[in-house]
Design a protein around this ligand. Structure first.
Ligand code: KG4
Ligand code: ZN
Length: 330
């Protein structure tokens, strides 16, 4: 039996969850509105907001789970990667809680946790499986041999897929984060523009050229037609989305062929994208894949995935001491 209190504070969401024997009893996330007007996350504001949010978020998570602090067997926290000031708030809280209650501390790698979010609910993928993790900070192809044996076989050499959505949206004047906005606008458009899909070879990704390609195309179109962006916003968004998703799927197919793995999972914030989910399903049907996409709540940053990952570690007695420090580039 294990009741784990889990904390996630790597970026701009303060999240706490209670996970008992691998089952999520509560998962509470306080999002920060402070970054919208700056068009991106401001690290200093993020840490201050975590500081304000962490205690109330944990209180709500415990209450919703019907658990008191005394029932908690271990505290888990995100050690990295992430913003150092943000991580520090979660790590310090977890250390203090563990010290006060004299219970073990469990460190969790944020990216490993995104992959293991699939174990927060049924159906759980059988090992081994291939996972495409796409978030605002990372784009990775991961061979998951067991919960704690994960090998990265492909990664972005520059921008992450979520960053590509966000930066492209910024060019169009969309609010941050632009990913969900582009998702919505693209649903009413057609991918009529051909944006560059640079390929660094192998299983790696590159998205930084996309911005330049969009910028040049829009500048050219603006010379031909007044108010081009405003008049064609839906088609532009559909084209951006198509360029990003086509790249992701091309590499995912290559990774599946290379590894022979046909159990395919999607993780990270970008897996909330409806077109990506739909095209994964279509591709999966064509290729005989068994596909796994977590519920939205478990795609974006959340503490449930930290608690689920920590459960695997708890079972193996993998703990850390009070001298543990956050690691921005874990
Ligand atoms: O995993 P996540 O919540 O945080 C990080 O660890 O980065 O991912 C956030 C990213 C942002 O770039 C956001 O624009 C993107 O996920 N995102 C989406 C959608 N929802 C969130 N991108 C495309 N379509 C969406 N529906
Ligand atoms: Zn994340």
């Amino acid at each position: 039996m294990s009741t784990i209190l889990a904390i996630e504070s790597s970026c701009d969401d303060t999240s706490a969850a209670v996970v008992r024997d691998g089952r999520v009893l509560s998962n509470v996330t306080a999002s920060q509105g402070v970054h919208v007007e700056y068009g991106g996350v401001v690290p200093e504001y993020a840490s201050r907001a975590h500081q304000r949010n962490i205690v109330p978020t944990v209180e709500v998570a415990l209450r919703r789970a019907g658990v008191s602090g005394a029932d908690v067997d271990a505290v888990a926290f995100t050690r990295g990667p992430g913003l150092i000031g943000s991580l520090m708030v979660g790590v310090s809280f977890a250390k203090a809680f563990a010290l006060a209650r004299n219970i073990p501390l469990i460190e969790v790698d944020h990216m490993q946790a995104h992959v293991l979010a699939h174990f927060a609910e049924e159906p759980k993928p059988e090992f081994p499986f291939l996972c495409l993790t796409v978030s605002g900070g990372h784009t990775q192809l991961v061979v998951v041999r067991s919960a704690l044996e994960q090998e990265i076989i492909g990664r972005t050499i520059d921008d992450a897929a979520g960053e590509a959505f966000d930066k492209s949206g910024k060019l169009l004047g969309l609010p941050y984060p632009a990913g969900p906005e582009i998702d919505k606008l693209a649903a009413l458009g057609r991918p009529e523009l051909d944006f560059a899909q640079p390929d660094p070879g192998g299983l790696d990704f590159s998205f930084s050229g996309l911005k330049t390609s969009i910028l040049y195309t829009l500048q050219r179109k603006a010379r031909e037609e007044e108010d081009y962006v405003r008049n064609h916003l839906h088609d532009i968004c559909a084209s951006i989305q198509d360029a990003i998703i086509s790249t992701l799927l091309r590499k995912l197919i290559a990774a599946s062929e290379q590894t022979g793995l046909q159990r395919i999972a999607l993780a990270g914030g970008v897996s909330a994208n409806r077109e990506l989910r739909q095209r994964l399903e279509t591709t999966g049907t064509e290729r005989g894949w068994q596909t796994f996409v977590p519920r939205l709540e478990y795609c974006t940053d959340n503490a449930a995935m930290i608690g689920v990952t920590a459960t695997f570690k708890y079972e193996q007695g993998i703990f850390v001491g009070q001298d543990v420090a956050p690691a921005a580039r874990l």
